[in-house]
Ligand binder design. Structure first.
Ligand code: MG
Length: 403
């Protein structure tokens, strides 16, 4: 059967280990879900792994489903379709990796696997390609960095017992890459023999008697661990998006017969309805146009022509999410969305926080990046005569340079 020594891309898969409790980060939320650059750490890792184009098998802790769901929703549109349903990890990292490998084994067809830590958000596409290449050539391989500090081994009293030769030391990272059958068998045997405390997959392969090759890692491929790491990574992610743009949006829909309106993604009882081809949610339309304006990419009508019957009665959250996806496809982020509704009725105040929450959910953004306000027009003009509702919006986005 094994007549194809060079596997195709489709036979490579990634196990993404994200089941840790992250106690070392000194926070309530497990560290892989702590926001950096405006969204969960894990979503950045997913985006980086997407460069490989291979399926990703996430391993998460039981009870973290909602946190994982938010991380997935805030990942790029390139990354989301690559993610298989997550499986639950075990008590140790080793048990979690085995759970991921077993899930891939059950679906079959994987010849080589990369095993990567959820808290390492920035492996480059080049590093991922090197990992695949190394697995093909050596069957077991890990990225390693030369150490610049002199490393000391100490005894139980904190006294230096040995000084290993620095030139032969490597600080090992992930993704670690393996022939799939080799690492699955090694993990299964270690589990059967109750060897449970090995801290990386190279150690499992070594324990099973395999030679593990070391290829060049990357200094930027850091594991985010301490509060200082979070601050540094946060600053570096934002610094990588220096092209800051603002777009505006404006929309109006007229009242017609009905008993509710859609505003800010919420269905609000009212004695009239708003007339439109879609659900006529003026606030979501204005926000969508504001984002498209910041991108310099047409308007809501050019992306979703009213002449197209598929948008008849459509829920406008799709339009807004599409605009957010366009920003993410360009490697950017939404820094802030701010909308103002102009109407005499319905009263917006009682719904304002729910609207912010709904818009945050649609866009997979933290709620503190969403503003919703409302005003009447003091009885003046078409909104004052209760003929319709108007909405204004501003979007601030950040993009990488040179796109
Ligand atoms: Mg509209």
């Amino acid at each position: 059967m094994n007549e194809h020594p060079i596997p195709s891309k489709a036979e490579v898969a990634v196990v993404l280990v994200a089941a840790g409790r992250g106690l070392r980060a000194g926070r309530e939320t497990p560290k892989q879900y702590v926001p950096i650059g405006g969204r969960p750490l894990l979503s950045h890792t997913l985006d980086a792994l997407a460069a490989l184009g291979a399926p990703i098998q996430p391993v998460i802790a039981a009870g973290d489903e909602d946190l994982y769901g938010l991380a997935l929703a805030s990942a790029s549109p390139q990354a989301r379709p690559l993610c298989r349903p997550p499986v639950h990890g075990g008590q140790t990292r080793q048990a979690s990796v085995l759970a991921g490998l077993e899930a891939l084994s059950a679906s079959g067809g994987v010849s080589h696997v990369l095993i990567h830590d959820g808290a390492r958000p920035r492996p480059s596409a080049r590093l991922l390609a090197s990992a695949v290449e190394a697995a093909r050539l050596h069957k077991a391989a890990v990225p390693g960095l030369h150490v610049t500090d002199t490393i000391k081994q100490i005894d139980e009293n904190g006294i230096i017992a040995a000084t290993p030769e620095r030139g032969r030391l490597r600080a090992v990272q992930t993704p670690q890459s393996f022939a799939f059958d080799l690492i699955l068998a090694a993990h299964r045997n270690a589990n059967k023999e109750k060897v449970q405390d090995l801290t990386d997959d190279a150690a499992i392969a070594e324990w099973a008697g395999h030679k593990v090759h070391v290829f060049d890692g990357e200094p930027s491929n850091v594991k985010v661990t301490n509060p200082e790491d979070f601050a540094r990574m946060d600053a570096s992610l934002l610094a990588a998006l220096p092209d800051i743009r603002t777009g505006q949006g404006y929309d109006v829909h007229a009242f017609g017969p009905g008993d509710h309106v859609w505003l800010g993604g919420l269905k609000i009882p009212h004695e009239r309805a708003l007339v439109g081809h879609s659900d006529a949610d003026v606030l979501l339309h204005a926000l969508t146009d504001a984002i498209l304006g910041a991108l310099g990419d047409g308007d809501i009508g050019s992306h979703f022509p009213p002449s197209d019957p598929q948008w008849k009665g459509a829920a406008s959250d799709r339009f807004l999410r599409h605009a957010v996806d366009l920003v993410q496809r360009r490697g950017g982020m939404i820094a802030h969305l701010d909308g103002t509704l102009i109407c005499e009725a319905p009263k917006i105040g009682p719904h304002r926080e729910a609207m912010r929450a709904r818009i945050a959910e649609i866009c997979a953004l933290p709620i503190d990046r969403i503003g919703v306000k409302a005003t009447t027009s003091e009885g003046l003009g078409f909104t004052g005569r209760r003929e319709g509702i108007a909405a204004l919006a501003l979007a601030t986005i950040r993009l990488p340079v040179g796109i």
